[in-house]
Design a binder for this molecule. Structure first.
Ligand code: ADP
Length: 219
C-alpha cells in the first residue's frame, strides 16, 4: 500500500518539528515556506523543500499540492496567510487539512472554512505543562473525554517493591492500571502479582478525579 504523503506549509518551529518527525517515521514530506532561510535549513531533512508563497494558487497548482494526502498549515502569526492557504488547499482537493491556530478566534475561523483538524500547540502545551507542574509524577496524559483520562505516571521510590495487589488502586481510588511500562518491556493488563520497580511507568485509566486522588496518594 502507498504511504501517505504530506505537504507542510510554514517551516517555523512547529512545521519543521512535524516535518522532521514524519521523515523519521518514514513518510514523504514536501515543505513550503516563503522564507529562503527556513527552506535552506530544512532542505537536507525533508524529501523536498521549496521557497514559495502559499497564498498563490498557481504556485500551489504547479507544485502538485492537490496530490498530497494531507496538508499541514503551520503558519501562525500571519493569520491572513493561514486562512487563504487553508481555503486554497481545501479547494484544490487535499483530502485532509490540519491547521495550527494561534488563538481561539483564529481556530474558529479555520473550523468554519472546513479545516479537518485545528491544533493549538501553544495553548495545549501550556495546559500539559500546568498539569505536570502540579503532579510531579505525571509524564503524559490523553483526555479520552471531558471526564476520563489515561495518564502515564512515574513510579515513585515509595512504591518500589510494591505489588499491584498491595497497591490496589481499583478498590481504593476507582482507577485501573492498564499497563506497566518497564525498562525491559511493557506489561499490558498486568496482574495482581506484578511488582513495581524504579524507572517503571504506570499507565492508569479513570476519571480525572480518581486519577488525581491516586496521584496524590503515591507522591
Ligand atoms: P512557529 O511559531 O511554528 O515558528 P511562525 O508563525 O513563526 O510559526 O512561522 C511560520 C512560518 O510560515 C514562517 O517560517 C513563515 O516564513 C512561513 N509563512 C508565513 N506566511 C507564508 C506564506 N504565505 N507562504 C509560505 N510560508 C509562509
Amino acid at each position: 500500500m502507498r504511504k501517505n504523503q504530506f505537504v507542510i506549509i510554514g517551516l517555523g518551529r512547529f512545521g519543521s518539528g512535524i516535518g522532521s518527525e514524519l521523515i523519521e517515521l518514514g513518510y514523504e514530506v514536501l515543505g513550503i515556506d516563503k522564507d529562503e532561510e527556513m527552506v535552506d535549513e530544512m532542505s537536507s531533512v525533508l524529501t523536498h523543500a521549496v521557497v514559495a508563497d502559499s497564498t498563490d494558487e498557481d504556485v500551489l497548482r504547479s507544485l502538485g499540492v492537490r496530490n498530497f494526502d494531507c496538508g499541514v498549515i503551520a503558519i501562525g502569526d500571519d493569520i491572513q496567510a493561514s486562512i487563504l492557504t487553508t481555503i486554497l488547499l481545501k479547494d484544490l482537493g487535499v483530502k485532509k487539512v490540519v491547521a495550527k491556530a494561534v488563538g481561539e478566534l483564529h481556530g474558529r475561523v479555520l473550523e468554519k472554512i472546513g479545516v479537518d483538524r485545528v491544533v493549538y500547540p501553544e495553548r495545549d502545551m501550556g495546559i500539559r505543562v500546568a498539569h505536570q507542574l502540579v503532579s510531579p509524577n505525571l509524564l503524559d496524559y490523553i483526555e479520552l473525554s471531558k471526564d476520563y483520562t489515561i495518564a502515564e505516571l512515574a513510579v515513585p521510590k515509595c512504591l518500589c517493591g510494591v505489588s499491584l495487589h498491595e497497591l490496589n488502586p481499583r478498590a481504593k481510588f476507582g482507577c485501573s492500571i492498564v499497563a506497566i511500562n518497564k525498562p525491559e518491556g511493557i506489561i499490558i493488563a498486568p496482574t495482581a502479582e506484578d511488582v513495581l520497580a524504579e524507572k517503571d511507568v504506570l499507565v492508569v485509566i479513570g476519571t480525572n478525579e480518581q486519577i488525581e486522588d491516586f496521584e496524590e496518594a503515591i507522591v
